[in-house]
Design a binder for this molecule. Structure first.
Ligand code: NAP
Ligand code: MG
Length: 493
């Protein structure tokens, strides 16, 4: 499906997916979305209310407690999850077109990054369904005992996701939850509902039993909040802003719902003077400009050693100046728009804040005078770690470049760690001893040395205010389980 078909899908009358059926939302309650490449109306989806949420939770409950999903054999669960991954690959062009319409991402990025990563979550997690084993435990109490642990599904999961990588982030929650035997009520971000709705259709085609996946569209303050407070939900899996994450934790405290959080970041990129700058420079640029900077792990603070600082900053600035900014479906486009007018105002506002704090614009900084929500890729220098632009998550294509001296690695690391966030970090050096020493000292969930990317096998998550828990890898699946210990007396001593 290309642009026209994607537009047709976007424009159709959307419903809510619950209990394996498509149902109408409440009368007269809808949300409108816009194409970020043009600012024009794109689609209208229902805003689910409390009665649709109750029905979805009931269906999800039935799928776990009734056993239709949770008690399938692990091999059967594995097959369904794998099939869903296959269907996503089969429909990759179509999913990519929907994602690009909704988010404004260049089509190539949606096709070869978002959709393939999303599908790989399903393929990877499918295998865990048959391998989620407990342990036998040697206990030291008097007597003879047989003791073991089991990973049981945590139950009904509310997955609440943002707009920056809608299908990928939804998949990073739905796939492990299903592998663990949980059922899911998924709420996409109000800006980007399309791929979640299509995922629901594909899940039906893959043979996922009714109620195992439910998709409700609606707003955060209404539907999202109601999900977090709903007594029928056992766990909230959230990706989004630290502010909403904090609110969710407070709401969930009453019932002690399980909560996992993938929140914001202000990830440091350390370039030492011995780094391979030809390799490092374009990747430093991509690290902040990819997805128009709307990535939780964007490398948004550069710390380059003073000996190479000018070369790196000039290289990144040159990369930025040549980057072709345009609409998602134009073949030349290398960087798309921001998601919305709100985000455009916010990012432009941060550039102004940076200037008033004393930063210099090395390149970019201007909002583009055209339809859609476009801003130039931007590099600020003369920033210091205490400035707002260097502390707060901008969530746009704005790099803060800082020069550091390499006499003491601890000083460089202290600068890099001078943030409330702790999601990602990158290090560029040919000295692997230094690289490992820095990796040990960084307070970040992921450290990339001389390159790196996402992998469904590699746990991903944050230190400090970047979140709770890990996504991906075995730990990512175990986040959707409760651990039960069982002990059996083997008779009198
Ligand atoms: P957000 O407000 O945190 O939204 C993320 C998700 O949470 C959305 O589905 C949202 O619904 C929902 N939500 C909002 N308020 C809620 C509440 N009270 N209870 C339950 N769910 C709630 O993020 P955003 O509005 O999309 O973006 C704002 C900022 O968050 C960005 O500028 C960026 O700094 C940060 N952000 C971070 C990430 C990340 O991956 N770390 C991703 C996206 C955004 P709605 O769709 O209705 O808002
Ligand atoms: Mg929002």
């Amino acid at each position: 499906m290309m642009l026209e078909e994607a537009r047709t899908f976007a424009g159709r009358e959307h419903r809510l997916y619950l209990g394996g059926r498509w149902v109408d939302g409440p009368e007269g309650k809808t949300l409108e979305t816009h194409d970020p490449s043009t600012g024009l109306h794109l689609s209208k989806v229902p805003a689910a209310g409390s009665s649709e949420l109750d029905s979805a939770v009931r269906a999800a409950r039935q799928a776990v407690d009734g056993g239709e999903w949770s008690r399938l054999t692990p091999a059967d669960r594995q097959k369904v999850i794998w099939r869903l991954g296959d269907l996503m690959v089969e429909h990759a062009d179509e999913l990519a077109a929907l994602e690009s319409l909704d988010t404004g991402k260049p089509l190539r990025d949606s096709r070869f990054f978002d959709v393939l990563n999303a599908a790989s979550s399903f393929h990877y997690c499918a295998g865990w369904a048959t391998k989620l084993n407990g342990e036998t435990i040697g206990v030291s109490r008097p007597g003879e005992w047989h003791a073991y642990t089991v990973h049981e599904p945590v139950g009904v999961v509310a997955a609440i996701v943002p707009w920056n990588a809608p299908l990928m982030i939804a998949s990073a929650k739905v796939a492990p939850a299903l592998a663990a035997g949980c059922s899911v009520v998924l709420k996409p971000a109000e800006e980007t509902p399309l791929t979640a709705l299509r995922l629901a259709e594909l899940s039906l085609e893959a043979g996922l039993p009714a109620g195992a996946l439910n998709v409700l569209t609606g707003t955060g303050p209404e539907l999202g909040d109601a999900m977090v407070r709903h007594p029928g939900i056992d766990k909230v899996a959230f990706t989004g802003s630290t502010e909403v994450g904090r609110h969710i934790v407070r709401q969930a405290a009453d019932s002690f719902k399980r909560v996992s959080l993938e929140l914001g970041g202000k990830s440091p990129v350390i370039v030492l003077s011995d780094a391979d700058l030809d390799r490092a420079t374009p990747l430093v640029a991509q690290g902040i400009f990819a997805n128009t900077g709307q990535a939780c792990n964007a490398g948004s603070r550069l710390f380059a050693e003073s000996a190479v600082f000018d070369r790196v900053v000039e290289g990144v600035a040159e990369y930025a100046a040549q980057l072709r900014v345009g609409q998602a479906f134009s073949e030349e486009t290398q960087m798309g728009p921001l998601i919305s007018q709100v985000q455009l105002d916010r990012v432009a506002g941060y550039v102004d804040i940076g200037l008033s704090e004393g930063a210099d614009i090395r390149v970019g900084g201007k909002v583009l005078e055209r339809d859609g929500y476009f801003i130039e890729p931007t590099v600020l220098s003369g920033t210091r770690t205490e400035m707002r632009v260097a502390r707060e998550e901008i969530f746009g294509p704005v790099l803060c470049a800082m020069s550091v001296t390499g006499d003491d690695l601890d000083d460089i690391v202290a600068e890099a760690n001078a943030t409330n966030y702790g999601l990602g970090a990158s290090v560029w050096t040919r000295d692997l001893g230094k690289a490992h020493r820095i990796a040990r000292r960084l307070k970040a969930g992921t450290v990339r040395i001389n390159g790196g990317g996402l992998d469904p096998a590699l746990p991903f998550g944050g230190y400090k205010e970047s979140g709770w828990g890990r996504e991906s890898g075995l730990q990512g699946v175990q986040e959707y389980t409760e651990l039960k210990s069982v002990m059996i007396s083997l008779g009198e001593v």
